[in-house]
Design a protein around this ligand. Structure first.
Ligand SMILES: [Mn+2]
Length: 207
């Protein structure tokens, strides 16, 4: 394996005039977390993501939440995407593709990931989510977070959320299915396939 980070873990930090973020990420962890951002709902969701993805993540973030959570929410997505990209290195031997399903009551989240180098995010709702916020968080923030994460990681991420009963699921439930299924998908996509001795692209490079 030619990754410069072996074992696949590294610290990462990002300081802007709006937020200060410091983290340590281990791709091959056991699901341990120590996460403290100013957005409690996001902390909870990231704990689920890391636990089910078998990563380890220490993440400390301070932000200008006296304005609102916009910058902080976006920047947590950015710094996390940067960290995953960093520890993946040249991506030799990784599976590259992954998918995961996570149900919660009547809601089903399905995440599909391709670590292609092309950052793109789409979420499709079979049932339109409620506009109601939970502690100031809305599905628009969820989408902005994921878009920032996908762009920085250089991954194509598509998430489908369905609720066949047609009832409007609350944001907490939707987010649980999204973050858990994404953890499962990204665990798969970042795993090393011993049959793959090279960068998993016919182009010979994923940057
Ligand atoms: Mn919960």
């Amino acid at each position: 394996m030619s990754n410069i980070y072996v074992p696949r873990k590294a610290p990462h930090q990002r300081i802007t005039k709006e937020t200060q973020s410091e983290l340590e990420l281990n791709l091959d962890g056991s699901g341990k977390t120590n996460i403290k951002t100013p957005i409690g709902l996001l902390d909870h969701m990231l704990e689920l993501f890391v636990f089910h993805g078998f990563f380890d993540l220490n993440l400390m973030v301070k932000g200008d939440t006296h304005i609102d959570i916009h910058h902080t929410n976006e920047d947590v997505g950015i710094v996390l995407g940067q960290a995953f990209k960093k520890v993946l290195g040249d991506k030799v031997g990784i599976k590259r593709f992954g998918s995961g399903f996570a149900p919660m009551e009547d809601t089903l989240g399905h995440s599909v990931v391709d670590i292609s180098g092309r950052g793109h995010f789409r979420i499709n709702y079979l049932t339109v989510p409620s506009d109601k916020s939970e502690d100031g968080y809305t599905h628009k923030y969820l989408e902005h977070f994921m878009e920032s994460f996908a762009k920085q990681l250089g991954a194509n991420i598509i998430i489908n959320v369905s609720n066949p009963t047609g009832s409007t699921a609350d944001l907490h439930t939707i987010m649980e299915t999204v973050f858990k299924s994404l953890g499962l998908a990204l665990d798969q996509a970042t795993q090393i396939d011993p049959r793959r001795k090279e960068v998993p692209s016919t182009k010979g490079i994923i940057d």
